[in-house]
Design a protein around this ligand. Structure first.
Ligand code: C5P
Length: 406
């Protein structure tokens, strides 16, 4: 992906053992298409060398406000004016305190103070010992920096370099990268609560066998990520898939269609958008055996009979909340042919304002897809692209439709 193409990030390092993770983060930002200008405090240089950061960023590293390499001798102005964001990772407790007071006695804090507030956002990735993180002074500083317009990322939890365990260590480079990418996405669903179903369901025949399908869950997980990036609170009800939960998304794991229905019914009252991407099994064995069904050597096969599963999307869409403006419902249709006609018919049958069609065999398990959006106004084609790109476009389309209906 090239999610940071065209973005210029000033990556500020302050003193902390987490500086070693900034090296990986620098690479990851560049891999996503960003250009990175590293600025290091004197304390940071105790933990990692400028040589490493220069080699990774392919730019000279700056560390002093007296650096004469800039013709006007004002690196704090020049470097901050060309940035799309200043990202301080790691940001020590001391540096947070310094930012809070608007102190500016070395290049990095000077740049943060001198940056145009409306054009250059400040992103802070704290890294410190758990006692320092929990200290009332740090709590106050986080709250005040946020009130001053900075974005303070979460911290990680677990083993710390000092040997203690708890909150305060820096997020992993990939998590920081995801948070930076999310920061730049338009917040079209801020204040919304999105509920998503994803993946297949598994319908037991006996304790060791069952019926499922080839849905990978990738489209639904991408939609969760895109909705979260767009500022929504997101709850994911996932069938059995082995995908990592997107950052900031609350996940409820289920197995059968009936489990999924129950979880969705528990979550739907809080949701304002419901997106059903799950490939729910249409039928389940009428009576799942308590014990493994054995071969008896006679060559006879077991008689399986089926009953229809509840239609989760239709149940939610036709509930009083689904019928009101409080909940916007979106269905998916995985078809093998006649996509348009099938999607239009399914939209009416399910009673949803928006139905998204895709060709099942062309999407199951793939990283890319193509979508056809069908609503009461007409049809919109989304050409083949990565599932994440399509998910972001779909979220933008949902936001437009929600705004239009008020
Ligand atoms: O009827 P069909 O399975 O083709 O409908 C697909 C849409 O309905 C998808 O959005 C799917 O998640 C949802 N669905 C559901 N519960 C079912 C069957 C489908 O929520 N039992």
């Amino acid at each position: 992906m090239n999610d940071l193409a065209g973005k210029h990030i000033v990556l500020g390092l302050t003193g902390g053992i987490a500086c070693y993770k900034a090296a990986e983060l620098c690479r990851a930002l560049i891999k996503e298409g960003a250009t990175v200008q590293v600025v290091m405090t004197a304390a940071a240089e105790h933990f990692i060398t400028t040589v490493t950061m220069q080699a990774l960023s392919q730019r000279m590293v700056y560390g002093s406000q007296w650096d004469a390499r800039e013709p006007n001798n004002m690196p704090h102005i020049n470097l901050s004016r060309e940035a799309d964001a200043i990202l301080i990772a790691p940001c020590s407790a001391d540096f947070m305190a310094k930012l809070l007071h608007g102190r500016a006695d070395e290049l990095l804090s000077l740049m943060c103070l001198a940056r145009p507030l409306d054009k250059v956002p400040l992103l802070i990735a704290p890294a410190m010992n758990r006692e320092m993180w929990a200290h009332p002074a740090t709590r106050r500083n986080v709250a005040q920096l946020t009130a001053d317009g900075a974005t303070v990322f979460d911290v990680g939890q677990g083993d710390q370099a000092c040997g203690e365990t708890g909150d305060g260590r820096i997020l992993e480079p990939q998590e920081l990268l995801d948070d930076v990418i999310a920061f730049f996405q338009p917040k079209t669903l801020a204040g919304q609560h999105v509920l998503v179903t994803a993946g297949p369901t598994y319908e037991a025949i006996d304790p060791v066998r069952g019926i499922t399908n080839l849905s990978s869950g990738k489209m639904g997980f991408a939609i969760c990520r895109a909705a979260r990036e767009a500022g929504a609170e997101v709850t994911l009800v996932a069938g059995p898939v082995s995908l990592a939960t997107p950052r900031g998304v609350r996940r409820v794991d289920v197995r059968s269609a009936r489990d999924m229905l129950q979880a969705v019914q528990e979550e739907a009252p809080a949701a304002t958008v419901f997106i059903a991407t799950a490939a729910v099994a249409d039928w389940r064995p009428a009576n799942a055996a308590d014990q493994k069904i054995k071969k008896d050597g006679s060559g006879r096969t077991p008689e399986l009979s089926f009953v229809e599963n509840p239609d989760i999307l239709a149940a939610v869409a036709q509930s009083p909340r689904g019928q009101s403006r409080a909940l916007y419902c979106v269905g998916f249709a995985a078809e093998s042919h006649d996509l348009l006609a099938n999607a239009q018919a399914k939209r009416l049958r399910k009673g949803v304002p928006l139905l998204v069609g895709n060709i099942g065999p062309a999407t199951f398990g793939q990283d890319d897809n193509a979508l056809l959006l069908v609503d009461e106004v007409g049809v919109k084609d989304m050409a083949r692209d990565t599932k994440l790109s399509l998910a972001r476009k779909l979220i933008a389309e949902i936001a437009i439709r929600m705004r239009a209906r008020g």
